[in-house]
Design a protein around this ligand. Structure first.
Ligand code: SF4
Ligand code: SF4
Ligand code: FES
Length: 640
């Protein structure tokens, strides 16, 4: 939707502005100085101090408005220096000066507004303290908007109004984040202890507050993590054909709306507020479902709180073909309760379902369960069996690699087909992204030291959607940098979501490959490191630090029997279409088109099998080339 523009006049000068912009920001962008006291650039405007008044004229009528919370919705003329404005500001400034004569910010405001009479409003309430609280409200709003707490508030009315904690006592819910002290313009709130003994607490606070403010102000227009958590990604992945459906065969499904973020928000997420993984988290994603009544298992009939679902859990449900919100909650709760990973179980279950549908296993093997895609009750039954160590659930709990071996040797099941569709590398199940169209993500998964979790290199969007790493060399560089960078910030206890889910507005000004790194947030993270340790950091030092740990992880991987090229080979399902149905679902959009455009082969008249063979040869060749390039960049032999 196009943003509506409006013409306004500021002190006689015409300018075009975006509808609904707050007037104060527009005035400042146009070089007009406006005194403020209760306004803070990163907090919701309050409109309480009234120092920012200007006179507007609309339809022939003039009136004073507070510019900080006045949204521009019609053509208006603004006079920022009329006699009415000047008088109003001067009187207010004298009142503030009479009450807090020694507070530097008040003295500055008084000077700007031409208020010199300190005694006009002098009274028994006059506070001579240089660090007096001036009731600006920044602390109250910072606590609420940055930290999602309501520790501070105003009490009393009129001249008795003052800032306080509940019942005037120290609130045990205060996490000591110091956001309130940081935004306080007078020093009325002081930090008395830095428990972790950082080298430079101010440096950490400066950069921490910057990130807090970005999350509080930008998330709502970028990711909505504070509204629906990472489940917002379900909608995005489905739209981009990347959501794993039916064991990664497809990338979208008509029933995705049953488990997408809109449905979760409408029907399940109950708190209607952020509820981060830990108190004080700058992002604080919302993802809690309260009072959900369980229908199966040992807690059947109980109303429980479900901590989730995250994207990966909802996507695991799609992968099993279980597009049912109630199933998703139950699955999420029991996986958490039993201490099993929703991704590994979901991916393994999806493999089992495809084997069942293709007749590789039958009800005799599954303990009587009809384990087709979408079999919600049977999935939960397997999960409960897994937890108590009984029945077919025990086999599922052993993972895809184990099942492939067992079914090939005991049942004579087609080992080649299972190798192609069994989504595991190094014994770990794939996380929930369809990576067929992203070479970088294919290698990111396989080269990950621990197997195809996406923590080390999540390059799918960068590669496929944003096309930021087009050549093999670009991909190899990304496969060098990102695993090291992500290993580094993980080691330092920093969260990925703050790095590149919500990005600074100026990030779009960087060239694509730089933008993908989110340089401003990388710098913020380096400053946290410097603030804690006293050691300044740059990209090279960070890569050195990380490489030491990453290499150690590889040594350990070698000791466990992995770590050479054979272990970095993906199942073909991760690279291209294994079945005819899968090929045909994207034939026109992708496979036939690529055959013609890239290979110069006319698909016309060829059978699906013939086309699949050509596609497979090409895709496996491309995969090997990207791995060669990535090994070269790391200085490894072609055997890894
Ligand atoms: S330290 Fe943090 S949690 Fe405590 S009152 Fe201040 S802003 Fe709120
Ligand atoms: S304590 Fe500081 S931030 Fe809070 S209202 Fe008073 S002056 Fe403003
Ligand atoms: S800055 Fe206080 S009312 Fe606008």
């Amino acid at each position: 939707m196009a943003t509506k523009k409006i013409i306004i006049r500021i002190d006689g000068r015409e300018t075009e502005v975006t509808k609904d912009s707050f007037l104060l920001g527009v005035l400042r962008d146009n070089g007009v100085a406006v005194p403020t006291l209760c306004h803070h650039k990163d907090l919701t405007p309050q409109g309480t101090c009234r120092l920012c008044v200007v006179e507007i004229e609309q339809n022939g009528k003039k009136k004073l408005v507070t510019s900080c919370n006045f949204p521009i919705r019609a053509e208006i003329s603004i006079d920022t220096t009329s006699e009415r404005v000047k008088k109003h500001r001067k009187t207010l400034a004298e009142m503030y000066l009479g009450r807090w004569p020694k507070v530097p910010v008040i003295q500055e405001i008084a000077a700007i507004c031409g208020a010199t009479d300190k005694d006009r409003f002098k009274s028994e309430l006059t506070d001579e303290n240089e660090k007096a609280c001036i009731l600006c409200g920044h602390c109250v709003h910072a606590c609420e908007e940055f930290i999602m707490e309501k520790i501070l508030d105003f009490a009393g009315r009129g001249i008795k109004r003052h800032m306080t904690m509940p019942f005037g006592e120290v609130d045990p819910h205060c996490i000591g984040c110091t956001s309130c002290a940081y935004v306080c313009p007078t020093g009325a709130i002081q930090i008395v202890d830095d428990m972790n003994g950082p080298h430079d607490a101010k440096l950490i606070r400066d950069y921490g507050m910057k990130i807090n403010a970005e999350m509080a102000t930008l998330d709502k227009s970028q990711c909505r993590m504070r509204e629906v958590g990472t489940a917002n990604i379900v909608d995005v992945m489905d739209a981009y054909d990347l959501l794993p459906v039916h064991n990664y065969k497809f990338g979208q499904h008509v029933d995705t709306p049953n488990i997408d973020s809109k449905m979760l928000k409408k029907k399940y997420v109950t708190q209607g507020m952020p509820d981060g993984c830990w108190k004080g988290c700058s992002m604080a994603c919302a993802k809690t479902v309260d009072g959900f009544e369980l229908k199966t298992g040992p807690y059947k009939g109980s109303k429980v709180t479900v901590d989730g679902p995250e994207y990966e859990t909802a996507a695991a449900a799609a992968n099993m073909g279980c597009f049912d919100g109630d199933f998703l909650m139950e699955y999420n709760f029991y996986c958490d309760t039993y201490g099993v990973d929703t991704i590994s179980v979901g991916t393994c279950m999806a493999f089992v379902m495809e084997c069942f549908e293709n007749g590789l296993i039958d009800k005799e093997v599954t303990g009587g369960k009809e384990l087709k895609f979408g079999a919600t009750a049977e999935v939960l039954q397997c999960l409960h069996e897994m937890a108590v160590g009984e029945g077919f659930g025990v086999d599922v709990g052993m993972g895809i690699r184990y099942l492939k071996g067992k079914w090939a040797s005991e049942l004579g099941a087609d080992a080649g087909f299972m190798q192609d569709i069994g989504m595991e590398v190094k014994g770990l199940e794939y996380s929930e992204y369809v990576c067929k169209e992203s070479l970088a993500q294919q290698a990111g998964y396989t080269m990950a030291v621990k197997g195809p979790q996406h923590d080390e290199a999540w390059l799918i969007f960068m590669d496929m959607v944003n096309n930021q790493i087009p050549s093999f060399e670009d991909k190899a560089e990304a496969l060098y940098y990102y695993p090291l960078w992500r290993t580094w910030f993980g080691l330092n206890g920093l969260c990925k979501l703050l790095w590149n889910d919500v990005v600074p507005t100026a990030n779009k000004n960087f060239p694509p490959q730089q933008a993908a790194k989110v340089p401003e947030h990388v710098e913020d993270f380096f400053k946290f490191f410097e603030g804690m340790t006293g050691e300044p950091l740059d990209e090279n030092k960070m890569l050195d630090q990380s490489a030491r740990v990453h290499n150690l992880q590889r040594v350990m991987s070698r000791m466990l029997g992995f770590g050479t090229r054979k272990d970095d080979m993906p199942p073909y399902r991760a690279v291209g279409p294994v079945t005819g149905e899968e090929y045909e679902s994207r034939a026109e959009k992708i496979y036939d088109k690529q055959m013609k455009d890239i290979l110069g082969i006319d698909p016309e008249g060829k059978t699906t099998e013939e086309k699949m063979e050509i596609t497979r040869k090409h895709r496996e060749d491309q995969y090997n080339k990207v791995v060669d390039a990535a090994y070269d960049r790391r200085g490894w032999t072609r055997n890894g």
